[in-house]
Design a protein around this ligand. Sequence first.
Ligand SMILES: *[C@@H]1O[C@H](CO)[C@@H](O)[C@H](O)[C@H]1NC(C)=O
Ligand SMILES: *[C@@H]1O[C@H](CO)[C@@H](O)[C@H](O)[C@H]1NC(C)=O
Ligand SMILES: *[C@@H]1O[C@H](CO)[C@@H](O)[C@H](O)[C@H]1NC(C)=O
Ligand SMILES: *[C@@H]1O[C@H](CO)[C@@H](O)[C@H](O)[C@H]1NC(C)=O
Ligand SMILES: *[C@@H]1O[C@H](CO)[C@@H](O)[C@H](O)[C@H]1NC(C)=O
Ligand SMILES: *[C@@H]1O[C@H](CO)[C@@H](O)[C@H](O)[C@H]1NC(C)=O
Length: 408
Amino acid sequence: MGLKFSSSLLLFILAAVIHHHHPTTALPLSTNSRWIVDNGNGGERVKLSCVNWVSHLDAVVAEGLSKQPVDAISNKISAMGFNCVRLTYPLFLFTNDSFASVTVRQSLRKLGLIESIAGFQSNNPSIIDLPLLQAFQLEMELLDNDSFVSSLDRNNIMMILDNQISTPGWCCSDFDGNGFFGDPYFNPDVWLKGLTKVATMFNGSTNVVGMSLRNELRGPRQNVSVWYRYMQKGAEAVHAANPNVLVIVSGLSYDKDLSFLHTQPLTLTFSQKLVYEIHWYGFSNSEDWETGNPNDVCGRVVENITAKSGFLLDQGYPLFVSEWGVDQRGTNENDNRFLNCFLAWAAEYDLDWALWTLAGSYYFRQGVVGMEEFYGVLNWDWCKPRNSSFLEKISPLQSPFQGNKLEF
Ligand SMILES: *[C@@H]1O[C@H](CO)[C@@H](O)[C@H](O)[C@H]1NC(C)=O
Ligand SMILES: *[C@@H]1O[C@H](CO)[C@@H](O)[C@H](O)[C@H]1NC(C)=O
Ligand SMILES: *[C@@H]1O[C@H](CO)[C@@H](O)[C@H](O)[C@H]1NC(C)=O
Ligand SMILES: *[C@@H]1O[C@H](CO)[C@@H](O)[C@H](O)[C@H]1NC(C)=O
Ligand SMILES: *[C@@H]1O[C@H](CO)[C@@H](O)[C@H](O)[C@H]1NC(C)=O
Ligand SMILES: *[C@@H]1O[C@H](CO)[C@@H](O)[C@H](O)[C@H]1NC(C)=O
């Protein structure tokens, strides 16, 4: 009895310590039915609790570096309970020589961002005079290195690279020329070349655990058979260049529709690396939340999601909700009601996810200098959480409920 008590107490303390210190995960990751698992003995479940870090806007550099040093930001990410970042990039950073010779300073200056230059200079002096591609690489190296700092408070932040768009700038609309294969800025061959370049470049970066092939396919050219053709090519290209990463595949209609997989699976030459991703926001269902009865709307929308993508869990694939989020001021009733439904659904299925978004503000978004992001977990100057009660609400989702071998 006494022995049993003390050993469970020990396990309890162990679990608490492990939870607090985010233990190093044995990488690379792979999949085991609908779960993402690590590379340790037997493959223990790893739950992705990520936050999106925007790096695809006009300035073509990770947001926030004029406000805080990279390592200060990675510490905050970890302190807020996230174990992973989904870093977004524009394809042309890797395929278009017009970005190769432009430095961060020149890129910011071209947009007239004098204040950002001064802030960047003082917070991240080692990055500001690098060409944009090298700046991206150095930032990744800093994040990768931070994760391995051998202290008790190691960060262990995993990274997923997401091809958000081709042309740098805010995403997305049906007619922005970036929506689907064959659009003016979406040549499939250029895309495959870019994916290969990214996968190759980060083949040696242990903490890069996944690559999202393309964000929010959309627009008038959408076509299911073309989807199969190029998603297969993209997945194979990434895997050939970097067999370590999870290959993350999105659907049609802004990452909301994978229903065609009901009848025809995506055929690949490799296994245990494929993850599907979807997006879900309050505004995905226009104003339904505010105008309808929230329980009815929740039931109806969840049923719809199950038919469009949720069924993939039953088919034995992980489903990564790579974008979801709300206005964290708590003043948008549509978002508040959506959030309650989302939290219950994500907990019930114990899903992997990435919150939109980290940024408290952007250098330059849609023509506005220093635009504040009310969906951002950090405040305007990136120094503290925007709303700690929001973080408390999502914190249960940051730990796994199921599939973990530490069961008591
Ligand atoms: C390179 O990028 C510029 C600026 O976004 C764009 O106008 C041009 O079409 C791109 N060129 C290629 C070959 O993708
Ligand atoms: C990352 O760590 C390696 C090995 O310790 C070191 O050689 C390299 O300079 C570090 N990179 C940065 C950007 O600090
Ligand atoms: C989809 O693309 C295929 C192959 O290019 C074409 O044969 C088919 O007509 C297209 N379907 C639609 C609905 O546009
Ligand atoms: C990528 O890294 C793995 C080791 O993790 C290595 O076996 C493989 O050859 C590398 N692939 C390429 C294309 O460099
Ligand atoms: C289901 O979701 C799609 C978007 O993915 C939407 O167009 C459609 O109206 C929804 N249907 C219902 C019944 O809610
Ligand atoms: C935080 O969110 C709650 C709603 O969840 C809201 O009542 C509160 O005013 C918000 N606080 C701030 C500082 O925005």
